[in-house]
Design a binder for this molecule. Sequence first.
Ligand SMILES: NC(=O)c1ccc[n+]([C@@H]2O[C@H](COP(=O)([O-])OP(=O)(O)OC[C@H]3O[C@@H](n4cnc5c(N)ncnc54)[C@H](O)[C@@H]3O)[C@@H](O)[C@H]2O)c1
Ligand SMILES: [Zn+2]
Length: 369
Amino acid sequence: MHKIRVDLHERSYPIYVKNEILSSVGQILKQFDIQPNVVLISGKNVSALYRDVVEKALEEEGYKVRFILMPSGEANKNLQTVQFLYDRMLDLKMDRGSTVIALGGGVVGDTAGFLAATIYRGINLVQIPTTLLSQVDSSIGGKVGVNHSRGKNLIGAIYQPKIVIVDPTVLKTLEFRQRVSGFAEVIKYGFIRDRIFTQFLLENFADILTLRNLDHVNAAIIRAIEIKSSIVSADEWESSLRMILNFGHTVGHAIEHTAGYGTFTHGEAVIIGMCAALKISAQMAALDTKTAETFISSLLRIPISGSLQSCTPETLFDAMTRDKKVRNGKIQFVLLQKIGDAIIQDNVPKEMIMDVLTWIKDITFAKAL
Ligand SMILES: NC(=O)c1ccc[n+]([C@@H]2O[C@H](COP(=O)([O-])OP(=O)(O)OC[C@H]3O[C@@H](n4cnc5c(N)ncnc54)[C@H](O)[C@@H]3O)[C@@H](O)[C@H]2O)c1
Ligand SMILES: [Zn+2]
């Protein structure tokens, strides 16, 4: 079993990574003195697959498990679902000593996490993320919350879990496209912090995405978690360093918005956004042009299903200026000086951004491995 510690003083917590770890969830919770009353929260797909194994593991260790089926999907990540969860928690007589266990992807983790952060002013939270994205990103760092009709993630808190438990083998049931989406974030960590890791990922992406080589999958997840944890540990409240986690997201978010949610997965849009950021890095930061081109062509071997047909450079630029990461009217870019070394820049000229947005329109995406 691999253990990574998120170092946040009295709010520090461990992340455990191991194949088939779901059947040991009860033993892990017991080690942390988690009290017997626990509520397992999960969506329809994931509960059909993994509820039984988790419940059994908990019950074997004497836990009294209550289950709440949460309406899943991004459209249900809202205050109405939180209200429903509050009601169910009170119906089930859950008290301040109870623990919320979130079993699912980022939607379940963010929503159940917000419930745990706010009910009785905060009760124990255990995250069991089941998508690659949630395993390497959303379950770590304590951002919990829901969407508002006027925008994504507008309501939330920073509330750290007590334990995170990651089972890479659950990715077997995850759709390929969702694996690609999480993999984009894994590569992002490489680009901002670790050149050798980036090379490893781009050389072995097919083995990782198909799960042909579980050792590589584990290595990718563990290193990604280490990098995110170290960044969160150094900057829990997102004052500066944590912003480098937005590498590829300035253009990525604009693509997601403009192409219409669902056209691209988040990660697919981030892959294109990383290509754009590499191009700009070669002009505005010290990144060598040849290196940028080599990494762009490697990135573009990863299959991307969406199409940029409905986007123009102008609509993409507009979306960028509306993003919540715009500060004082300036668009913030995370750029690379070298692979593995990121900086924040807010003075990229508009013409350069427009050139890159024009360029991405002509990219031909790989459609299969
Ligand atoms: N808190 C943070 O720091 C943070 C960071 C990034 C993203 N997010 C949030 O995460 C959410 C996206 O999360 P996501 O990408 O995990 O999507 P998701 O939670 O919607 O899951 C995607 C789909 O996969 C299914 N699924 C999950 N695990 C499965 C498995 N093992 N096998 C089969 N099917 C499975 C789900 O039922 C769902 O249909 C967004 O709401 C985003 O805002 C939060
Ligand atoms: Zn992201």
